[in-house]
Design a protein around this ligand. Structure first.
Ligand SMILES: Cc1ncc(COP(=O)(O)O)c(C=O)c1O
Length: 452
């Protein structure tokens, strides 16, 4: 829908006035609401509001500001964030201790020249090696989770010379070609086949299945580059593997000279009660991916960290052979990540996630005992928690009931049987209690509605 230059300019000016505005008029609010619905329908995807924003559509809830544990809509309605952007907001929303340093860096320079040495990238890489286990040492920074996974996959081939990847059913590693080739859900893969051919998917949580797959491949003359795993499967509904699984997989990878990639994009940065989930299992991967909470809920930044044995000569000779993302590790994003690391260490965010997660889970288990026909299972680690309902419609109704009571969790029309609860790590116990109260109210309504 082409417009004249003048019309486009006026439109840009109007939008910028909203961004600049300290106080919107009622007319502005109505206009923004109407515009947003029209814009998403006409220029983003007509399905978006129906599908993705399903629980919030009735209320035409337009997010406008956020702080600590809350999102606030255009009309000033607060919502307790129990979704946490699927793990972004571990340090809370717009944490002032992080925003402060991003603003300070913005006053110096925002993006790097691409030619000079940008110091923050080096400092951040060193800090990452300091907060990750074992001898993980070399970092490569990217912009999104899938992009980090691409780098991990490529590095594994480069370092081991192997070709095949072993991934798991139910896995989620992002939606770029390499990452989705590792993905373990048919719905996201079918339309794009064939993708990377050298992938074998095995059952998650079964280390013997991994060994069998590698052994069979090697026996028929193939080579294996990596096993890629989430230490807990997040998207698959917080699937926690049996204790000792990761350790066994580590041994198998060592036995066959295969790289172990642990995707800690969702489980990392304190979410599950330790800085990294692999620490709880006492395992050091060869390559680890990180993202989501790494930018402190303020800037997008992701990346990988690898052991020295992965950083092969070829990569040293030509650092661009792995990737060369224009914005990867840019100064603003690095400032956010460095401030995030400081904040997490100073405030022991992993411990907060552990203690608050234990508290939350104990109360959720009590609710499950009280309403066993509505909640089928509660599982989780730290503040990565999942509620399992008997059917998607039941989960959806509970999520909707929570949203009506101004608590945001994740649930879509398509699959709300497993509902994730991933609040900010800084959530107060008082707010957790409020969420539990609202949840019980929603459950009582749903129990009646579905005659459970
Ligand atoms: C474990 C894991 N890996 C990769 C990704 C992809 O990250 P992004 O959406 O930033 O590409 C996600 C996102 O949910 C994830 O949970």
């Amino acid at each position: 829908m082409a417009a004249t230059k003048e019309v486009a300019l006026q439109e840009a000016k109007r939008i910028l006035s909203y961004i600049e505005s300290k106080e919107l008029t009622d007319e502005d609010k109505e206009r923004i609401t109407k515009d947003s619905i029209e814009n998403f329908n006409n220029h983003v995807n007509p399905g978006w509001l129906v599908y993705r924003k399903s629980v919030s559509t009735d209320a035409a809830c337009i997010e406008w500001t956020d702080t600590e544990e809350h999102f606030t809509d255009l009309y000033g309605n607060d919502f307790i964030d129990c979704l946490g952007g699927f793990g972004i907001y571990t340090c809370g929303h717009r944490n002032p201790e992080i925003v402060k340093y991003v603003k300070a860096q913005l006053d110096k320079y925002a993006l790097h020249s691409q030619e000079l040495v940008d110091p923050l990238r080096g400092y951040l890489a060193k800090l990452v090696s300091m907060i990750t286990p074992g001898d993980l040492q070399y970092c490569f920074f990217t912009n999104g989770g899938a992009e980090a996974v691409e780098m991990a996959l490529k590095l594994a081939r480069l370092a081991t010379g192997g070709r095949y990847y072993i991934s798991t059913v139910g896995a989620f590693h992002g939606k770029s070609y390499g990452a989705i080739s590792m993905g373990g859900k048919a719905a996201y893969r079918e339309d794009y086949l064939p993708m990377i051919q050298h992938v074998q998917h095995v059952k998650y949580g079964d280390a013997d299945a991994i060994e069998t797959a590698i052994d069979n491949l090697v026996t028929v003359g193939e080579t294996v580059a990596a096993v890629i795993l989430e230490p807990i499967q997040g998207e698959a509904g917080v699937q926690i593997p049996p204790k000792g699984y990761l350790k066994r997989v580590r041994e198998i990878c060592d036995k066959y000279g295969v790289a172990l990639i642990l995707d800690e994009i969702q489980t990392g940065m304190g979410r599950t009660g330790t800085m990294w989930r692999c620490e709880a299992e006492d395992v050091v991967p060869d390559i680890m991916t990180f993202g989501k909470a790494f930018g402190g809920g303020v800037m997008p930044i992701t990346g990988i960290v690898a052991r020295p044995n992965m950083w092969v000569e070829k990569l040293v000779e030509n650092p661009w052979i792995l990737g060369s993302p224009t914005f990867g590790g840019n100064p603003l994003a690095c400032a956010a990540a460095i401030a995030t690391i400081k904040y997490m260490l100073e405030n022991d965010i992993p411990k907060q996630c552990k203690e608050k997660g234990d508290y939350f889970m104990e109360k959720l288990n009590a609710l499950m005992e009280k309403y066993p026909t509505v909640i089928k299972e509660v599982r989780g680690a730290g503040l990565l928690i999942c509620l399992e309902f008997p059917a998607s419609e039941v989960g959806y109704a509970v999520v909707k009931g929570l949203f009506d009571r101004h608590v945001m969790t994740a649930g879509t029309l398509v699959n709300a049987q497993s509902v994730r609860i991933e609040p900010p790590g800084i959530i107060s116990y008082e707010t957790i209690d409020t969420v539990l109260e609202k949840l019980e109210e929603a459950i009582i309504d749903v129990k009646k509605e579905f005659k459970l």
